[in-house]
Design a protein around this ligand. Sequence first.
Ligand code: AMP
Length: 464
Amino acid sequence: MTMTISFKELGLAQPLLQATEALGYTQATPVQEKVIPAAISGGDWMVSSQTGSGKTAAFLLPLLNQLIASNPNGKPVPGRAEPQVLILCPTRELAQQVSTDAINLVKFARGIRIATIMGGMPYGKQIAQIKGANLVVATPGRLLDLCNSRAIRLDKVKCMILDEADRMLDLGFQDDIEAIHELCSARGQTLMFSATFAPRIMQLATSLMNNPGRIELASAQDRHENIAQTLHWADSVAHKHKLLDHLLSDPTIEQAVVFASTQVDSETIADSLRADGHQATALHGAMPQAVRNRRLQSLRKGQTRILVATDVAARGIDVPTITHVINFGLPMKAEDYVHRIGRTGRAGRSGVAITLAEHRDRSKIRAIEQYTQQPLQAEVIPGLEPQEKSRKPSHRPGSGRPGRSFGGKGGSNASNRQGEGKSFKQNHFGKPSGPKFAGSGKPSSGPKFGGSGKSSSGHKRSFA
Ligand code: AMP
């Protein structure tokens, strides 16, 4: 990642320069380098960029810059609920994260007020908050409720941003987005962020935007090079629970997010982990918002070590100390896999993503590998090997030669327990895998990989 341009060179107002400095942002990230000048120059833009790349500040900084320019003396804003900037997010967690980032960025600016509108929060408090707010971050459903009850008007909106537009479509927000688009149709600018420019996203862009420019920073293939991705085959759910218990005993895990396929599963897995002595808590969309907030706060403060979450609930979680993501239940779509693993390896750190799959999940694993264009390294844990032996490579028969050691001398929990510390890996194609991290000196922080003499889980060579 080349980071060469300073925020000053991007022409940002002084209060924003002070805020970026206070946040420790020394240089713009690649997405910021491209998006900030483009958004300042005007017009509509579609942006695809990697999660964790600094995309939130990439759209917040130019918008805040415009708000500062339109009120250079920082006069207090009138108490009307008529925002000039509207940011739409698919989930409450993401909306809160974006709001928090915006509040941090306006710390040194005057005359800018930020409000968050989302389901699950008391109406009265939200209505009071949006009065005089010039930037509103909202989830679509609650925003439309407030528009319908005339608690907010959108006809003064100058710029609308759709964050994680692909996710919005997944969650069925298309009609809501179009209704909101109509309510602020006089705006001069629309920015849309999405993991991909899939045809459905292009279609949405056509209906919302005027001849948008495209900024494409990373394809699915070159995403998450800082995240070591591995796979464990399991015979059954019970086997997966044993693997999970073992993997989470790894002392190099600072914090982990375990993904479950359903809300019920997230509770069950968290219960079972607690029964095994882990400090785990569940997070899913059916929980009252106050509970979700408390649990997220506890994760951010480092009080929760393991969060067991569903896809929707985990969206937008930005906690740099999450060292591991474990997929207990597989994602519905390959695209979601990329979003999930993006919860680790944030802000330039390295991370580990481990997927537990049953043999019947083979086609889903293949879809993930095809989407990311990266083979998943199949590993086994001594004493917890899958019994089913039909672990033939699913698409490209390989040589079956062993891969290189993942760690060095071992020394993980597994090795202590089972007296076998060497860890080896082999990719899902049956080919020997190069030492992606081992000895490459790539990760500068976070979990230790090769060379440390410690594997994350005491894996051994798999001749799958
Ligand atoms: P995002 O892609 O917006 O989720 O951002 C990922 C993380 O990068 C967040 O923790 C941001 O605070 C952080 N970040 C954003 N911009 C910069 C920057 N220019 N330098 C360092 N960190 C940044």
